[in-house]
Design a protein around this ligand. Sequence first.
Ligand SMILES: [Zn+2]
Length: 131
Amino acid sequence: MSDRHEEDLRQRLTPLQYHVTQEGGTERAFSGEYWDLHADGSYHCRVCDEPLFAGDTKFESGSGWPSFYQPLTAEAVATKRDLSHFMVRTEAVCSSCGAHLGHVFEDGPQPTGLRYCMNSASLRFEPAEGE
Ligand SMILES: [Zn+2]
């Protein structure tokens, strides 16, 4: 990442948004903007604004983070193995810009059985038309 790009991001993002998306941080549970939001709309990448999740795939996980059972498209969200913090986890990143979004767990509801446990700080909610 160029210094200029980094400077631009530091100006556009809050310190928490920067920490989560660029440094793989995690916001505190129940502290984010979207964990309890159930409105109709879509969730975009906070950094590059690509649409990542649809509001109707969001479910109440009880975790305190916004949780989805699938991304908007298979291409929108990329996953990779994360071996940090002495755990084997699946990290979810934005396919377009590489921003860290959260982690994917295999204890979600059907039809996928997956739980995309995301940080509100990585997302921007776009209300559906006419809401
Ligand atoms: Zn992005």
